[in-house]
Design a binder for this molecule. Structure first.
Ligand code: PXP
Length: 236
């Protein structure tokens, strides 16, 4: 299973002073040196952490795979077309949310998403949709032309009781099986950490995990390379 490291929080720290350090580009290099298989950044409409300059320089600096999370807007499609990342992950975005709050409702937004996927695909960009683990979402992702889905693991990660956790885990597994059956790439992520990643990492159909907050939080104490290497060891 591959590990994609979300380095948004490096940029969050830089933006606290609106300066130049720490630089997410440096972080990407350290992550790759420690064995990350990919680098993920979320370019938000409000530019609260990652900036356009970051995605432009990351595109040149990243030697693994650059995955840009973004909302399905015309502005973002244009930026992606210019940067040409390996993959775009479309996510819902609410202006004042602390982090992405859930997956896309692919069923309700099918027409708009189909148009966005088609525009990105015409620029040869692979498109993944961030979805909650429901079979309808996965089927719709396939219908609108996405090449992959990233299954939201938040319900699993934040479940308070064992039955809820087991149910949420099963939902992720079912969604992964459906996505695989439809020929979609299968990724997962959100709220995964060193303690809860194990059962998700055991799901053989999931190709890649995107992990940010827990990993960068640990890096504050043990360093980025060690934090990445430890997570990588856990998911392999
Ligand atoms: N996947 C998606 C689509 C996300 O929006 C995020 C958060 O930016 C992540 C994965 C990583 O989540 P976390 O920071 O909780 O590991």
């Amino acid at each position: 299973m591959k590990l994609g490291v979300n380095i948004d929080h490096i940029a969050t720290l830089r933006q606290a002073r609106k300066g130049v350090e720490p630089d997410p580009v440096h972080a990407a290099v350290y992550c790759e040196m420690a064995g990350a298989d990919g680098i993920t950044v979320h370019l938000r409409g409000d530019r609260r952490h990652i900036q356009i300059r970051d995605v432009e320089v990351l595109k040149k600096a990243v030697s693994t795979r650059l995955n840009i999370e973004m909302a399905a807007t015309s502005e973002m499609v244009e930026i992606a077309a210019g940067v040409q990342p390996w993959q775009v992950t479309l996510v819902p975005e609410r202006p004042n949310e602390v982090t992405t709050e859930g997956g896309l409702d692919v069923v309700i937004n099918a027409a708009h998403l189909a148009q966005t996927v088609s525009r990105l695909s015409s620029h040869n960009i692979r498109v993944s949709l961030f979805v909650d683990p429901s079979l309808d979402n996965v089927r719709s992702a396939h219908k609108v032309g996405a090449q992959a889905v990233e299954i939201n693991t938040n319900a699993y990660a934040t479940a308070r009781t064992e039955p809820d956790r087991v149910q949420a885990l099963r939902a992720v597994d079912d969604a992964a099986k459906m996505a695989h059956k439809l020929g979609l790439g299968v990724l997962a992520g959100h709220a995964l950490n060193y303690r809860n990643v194990g059962p998700i990492a055991d799901m053989k159909l999931i190709e890649e995990l995107n992990i940010g907050h827990a990993l960068i939080a640990r890096a504050v104490f043990v360093g980025l390379e060690r934090a990445v290497a430890e997570m990588r060891a856990l998911i392999r």
